[in-house]
Design a protein around this ligand. Structure first.
Ligand SMILES: Cc1cc2nc3c(=O)[nH]c(=O)nc-3n(C[C@H](O)[C@H](O)[C@H](O)COP(=O)(O)O)c2cc1C
Length: 390
């Protein structure tokens, strides 16, 4: 099958998260350390809640891989929820303790979450039945699917990175870091800031928010390097890569806006300050000296770095709660708080990288097909040769 698909299952405090991936050709050598490192990166970041101290995510592959190489069959991956041991009495699939269920019951929906609309839609009066699946714990599944996509992209010289450009009012949401600046971001730094000089201000902003029982959002720049010209297409709306990237990034919890390249900042500039002039010389072939388009024109990659900006709203679970209603008593009741992040912008960046990798991997599969890596590589090389001669 020459499209990359994945489906995820799992509740936040249930036994495990499960991911099933299709569309990776046979013969791709996987690196277990690299895959698990992505899961660790997602758990990192200043401003995360206590949950991240309990979980230390690890991908357990149960199908589709033999001796570290893909077989071309569906790949299934499990990530155990270590916190399940603390929740077994109220989250076990078969037997739960009524007193424990009552203790964990959610009856006052959080504005900004899907608690209320989800309760109505699925007719569940204990809103825990909604938030368990709607929670961003699900993003661990996406990161592992993204890690598999990245393994394939890597075989074709494509790498992805991200950095936080703002948290609350600290930093600059319009900052345009270069690929080299993104590649230099220290994953161990508290906020994975694009500009190390912004870290202290970001840390201070998170501390102030935490003290006040508040939460913060921010902006992230994500880039892919080594992307060939010609992924995606302009011939059909559903094939335009910018549209597919928009859908993938906006589907991430709390991401409320997305831009390609300088998309937002460009709206207030003149055309001549926005579009990337085209040059040609024998050494470099066709090239540009700027990349304000973010590597996409007409929904097709143009061979420059693919650059995407994601905007995350502040976390909706506030320690001090927000005005809401007890859905059983139908009386005013502040929204309930349970262990939560003050901000998760650095982690969101890792999830954005995963989703961008998934879209790119699918576009690479659509373009180069093949059941095996041998076949896909041959197709890729022949096309790259054609591009070199063009
Ligand atoms: C990595 C990551 C971690 C998150 N952590 C939390 C959290 O601890 N508490 C919370 O209320 N929301 C958290 N969110 C955001 C919510 O999951 C999200 O706002 C909610 O599901 C409603 O969806 P929407 O904001 O996309 O409309 C997180 C999001 C991401 C991407």
């Amino acid at each position: 099958m020459s499209s990359f698909t994945f489906v995820t299952a799992g509740e936040s405090h249930g036994p495990a998260l499960t991911v099933v991936i299709t569309g990776i050709p046979a013969g791709l050598a996987l690196d277990r350390g690299r895959i698990n490192r992505e899961l660790t990166r997602r758990q990192h970041g200043y401003g995360r809640g206590g949950r991240m101290k309990i979980e230390s995510d690890e991908a357990e592959i149960t199908a589709g891989v033999r001796g570290g190489e893909t077989l071309g069959s569906p790949i299934s991956i499990t990530i155990r929820n270590r916190d399940f041991e603390n929740w077994r009495d109220s989250m076990d699939p078969w037997t739960i303790d009524e007193a424990e269920r009552q203790k964990r019951r959610v009856h006052s929906p959080r504005p900004g979450h899907v608690d209320l609309a989800g309760g109505m839609k699925y007719d569940r009066h204990d809103l825990r039945d909604i938030l368990e699946r709607a929670s961003a714990r699900e993003t661990a599944s996406r990161v592992v699917a993204g890690a598999m996509a990245r393994e394939l992209l890597r075989a074709f010289g494509i790498e992805l990175r991200s950095a936080v450009v703002s948290v609350g009012s600290a930093g600059d949401p319009d900052l345009s870091p270069t690929w080299e600046e993104l590649a230099a971001v220290d994953d161990e730094s508290p906020l994975r800031a694009a500009r190390p000089a912004d870290e202290q201000a970001m840390i201070a902003a998170v501390d102030v928010a935490r003290e006040a029982g508040e939460t913060l959002g921010g902006a992230i720049v994500i880039a892919a390097h080594g992307v060939p010209v010609g992924l995606g297409s302009y011939v059909q709306w559903s094939e335009k890569l910018d549209g597919r990237i928009g859908q993938a990034i906006l589907s991430i919890h709390a991401v409320k806006a997305v831009a390609i390249g300088d998309g937002v900042a460009a709206t207030s500039r003149n055309g001549s300050d926005v579009h990337d002039a085209i040059y040609f010389d024998e050494d470099r072939g066709y090239h540009r000296n700027s990349n304000r388009a973010g590597g996409l024109e007409g929904g097709v990659t143009n061979g420059q770095d693919l650059v995407v900006r994601a905007y995350m709203k502040p976390i909706s679970t506030l320690r001090r709660g927000l005005p809401s209603v007890d859905v059983e008593l139908r009386e005013p009741h502040r929204s309930q708080w349970e262990r939560s992040d003050v901000t998760a912008v650095p982690a969101c960046g890792v999830v954005c990288e995963a989703m961008l990798a998934i879209v790119l991997c699918d576009a690479m599969r659509a373009k180069f097909g093949g059941d095996s890596m041998t076949e896909m590589t041959r197709n890729y090389q022949a096309y790259m040769e054609q591009i070199r001669r063009w």
